[in-house]
Design a protein around this ligand. Sequence first.
Ligand code: 9D3
Length: 261
Amino acid sequence: MAPRYDVISLFPEAFSALTQHGVSGRALQKGLAELKLWDPRAFTLDPYRTVDDRPFGGGPGMVMLAEPLDLAMTAVKAEWRRAGLDVEGTTASRPRLIYLSPQGRVLNQTRVEDLGQAEALLLLCGRYEGVDERVLTRHAVEEVSIGDFVLSGGELPAMVLLDALIRRLPGALGNEQSAAEDSFATGLLDCPHYTRPEVYLGQAVPEVLRSGNHAAIARWRLQQALGRTATRRPEVLERRLAQSALSREEKELLASYGDTP
Ligand code: 9D3
């Protein structure tokens, strides 16, 4: 079954970046995943449709009210139940609740693959200083960050996570090889890429790529990937080394990296 993604956000229109463009837009159009947006403002019970208030204990900024978020989350869970999903499940495919938060565990491809096992995800996007802590504890929410830099809310992080999830669904990429060969799926950075013309402003394409020798091309690309990973992201190469030692060919390619243009 196509996974189901529900997003609670004060800016549902922002998600058109995801739904209207590129790989993710086409995948959603094809029904490879379902995406539904929920505006907490629709779950307010006061005439001003209030979604935030001042923090207890003082300090700057505002905090998102528990009640509209709680009602929206309860509505999502009710739809999950109607769709036959096991909301209280404990398997890898259980529906999961994710709060995009700077306090969360940092996203990486391993976490994307893990979250990709879920049949349904509820993504909660915060604004202002964040959400009332009680909605997180009431609903057993997991927190996920996209890195150690300050953004203005959870919408862009939610779209980052969704793009990473959607592009790995079978049928999302034109070329099914691409997903498996992606940087970090192989544990290495990508090799350099070239297209026409053969010479651009005096810079030629590496000769090997025009040789037609497919074994030599594959070797060169692996060497570039190994060399770039070693120089730019040594910790990524270390992690791959910890999982499985480099083959003799890989060691030799790494040793002679930089010898050839
Ligand atoms: C200036 C406010 N900060 C006071 C120390 C705290 C703060 C609150 C809310 C910082 C950022 C945000 C909004 N960010 C997110 O909702 C967010 C986020 C991020 O900012 N960086 C990386 N990942 C994420 S996931 C959600």
